[in-house]
Design a protein around this ligand. Sequence first.
Ligand SMILES: Cc1ncc(COP(=O)(O)O)c(C=O)c1O
Length: 667
Amino acid sequence: MEIEPVETESESSKIKKSVSHGNLRRVHRAHGDATWTIEDSCSVYGTDRWSKGFFGIGDDGYVSVAAPTASGTVTISMKQIIDGMRDRELSMPVMLRIENLIDERVVRLNECFGNAIQTTGYRSEYRSVFPIKVNQQKHVIESISRAGETFSHGLEAGSKPELMVALAMVGGPESLIICNGYKDEEFIDLGLQARRLGYRCFFVVESLDELKLIVQRSKHWAVEPLIGCRVKLSTKVDGHWSADSGDRSLFGLTAQKLIAAVDVLREEGMLDCLKMLHFHLGSQLTNIRNVRDGVREACRYYVGLVEDGAPLGYLDLGGGLAVDYDGTFSTQPHSRNYDLNEYCVDIVESVMETMDRHDVAHPVLVSESGRWTVAPMSVLLFNVLSVTDFEPIPIEPDDSSEFCESVKCLLDVIENLNARRVQENVNDAMYYRDQLRDLFRGGQIGLRERAFGDNLYLKILNRIVFEVLPQLKRIPSELESLPDQLADIYYGNFSVFQSLPDAWAIEQVFPVMPLHRHHEEPRRNAIIADLTCDCDGKLDRFSDSEGDVVRTIRLHEFKEDEPYYLGVFLVGAYQETLGDLHNLFGDTNVASVAVTSEGRINFVEEIQGDSISDVLSYVEYQPQELLQRFRAKAEEALNSGAITADQRQKMLNLYREGMQGYTYFED
Ligand SMILES: Cc1ncc(COP(=O)(O)O)c(C=O)c1O
């Protein structure tokens, strides 16, 4: 058992240490549940803060979903959903999609921009566009197109496959199709056919070469293109992608190249095709000031282009509308310091002010909000399989020999624990523990004595964390992370790399909470490990009750004979798309539900996750060939007398049936 040395201040400075009363308490030492309320649970998990009213905790102790429906909000229990999944033999892990939440977002985005336009007297309109890359799943795109029908909601495509999706799935010809990213001849030709069909399909130009190709292909097909130019703004943004913003951003035309693009189009007699100015400041814009600054700068480019003779008419603001993952309403990377209303009003006002000052007609405003639109609809549900704790276990010492010096010293430390000398106690315990390990390595002590000594060390740490530290008014800073080192490991039936890749890749903090048992106090501090055999396959960054990032989460005691379900929330954006096959864990089962006005839960779609045979074929194996190879081995064993014919048959059946099974842990 390896307990890490106490973290140094620099490593841990961004993460709040887990020293709170909740974290210094353990199940066997705590008082009963009588005083624990659902409100206490809401407070521990910050539910009211991050859920924006979509999720709560019901009287049954389960997470509840407040689903907006045509006749008002209808609240249902996660229990109904879990039971429904069980009835349909959809086993955990499951990616749950709640359609009502997609509908709500699409409608609200359009209504909020509409209101801002109305109240400010802006003299044009707003068009929403969904970037397919944020969640490409067919059912999601279908739901967005359906919900956005009355608003002519469009689609953004960044590649040829995405354009093919957009062409087939976009609503009426009023809806925009925005083509971003690098475009080859085939991409451009396809977009030009969309123009022929009457669609407002814009090519957003990233480079002069691309522009020349667009000009050439348009002439070839004799189709008038709709052209946009993406501008590289100098506005820097806060948050995770700060370094990639401003002059060092990867995409867009600089002022010089923008002017060169205008000159190319003028020379070709196609300047009237330049209808859009596009910019994208980055995703998850945490600070409204950055949004305002970016919009103002973009507007100056817009005015400049109009003054140079470009007709324009559309200003595309790209994405960036952020999600408040930790509910702190702040400029922390997982939050944002504005709400949708402020975002819309600030944009509309900023554009209007600049345009009016230069007497330029108000452009149609376009935004490509992906994250904000789809994050809330998806919840990853999974069950806990087992738990490892770091509590001492009874170990009998080897009475044939006398204890070595290190064990004697550890016994001495435990005898003399003292609140005033706690730092010294910890230092001593670590010193003698290390000495003990050296002795073991050198062959001077046996395994039983090593285990006995390790156990003493754990005993010391546990007593310090749960008995000594709670007595102190102020905990020495070096000991603040001590409780984290005793945190349990809850093993969950999921893969971080498949379902929550951003938790690993960019240290994204998602809200996590148990789906039930909220009448009970969660008294264990834990991190959550996934099924992959990878030390990065874990969740160990959580938002605590105050919205600070901490290393552990409070969970309920695991009971072997009862399922324990956890949910990771706000995962509808990017996660399904970016997930990969690490350890060959495939796509999870998916359940798309719609809550009706009468409170019924409609399982609109159930998608079985990848089978083992599916994932093997993704990496070029042919399941049938594998079976044949295995069969040959079994046949050989039968011929040599190592197994019976019956054993051979059972073995082959197991292999064949296993191929069709789920890649995750099955009951
Ligand atoms: C051009 C463009 N538009 C829109 C988006 C979506 O951004 P978000 O999901 O932050 O709304 C992105 C993503 O980074 C993008 O690159």
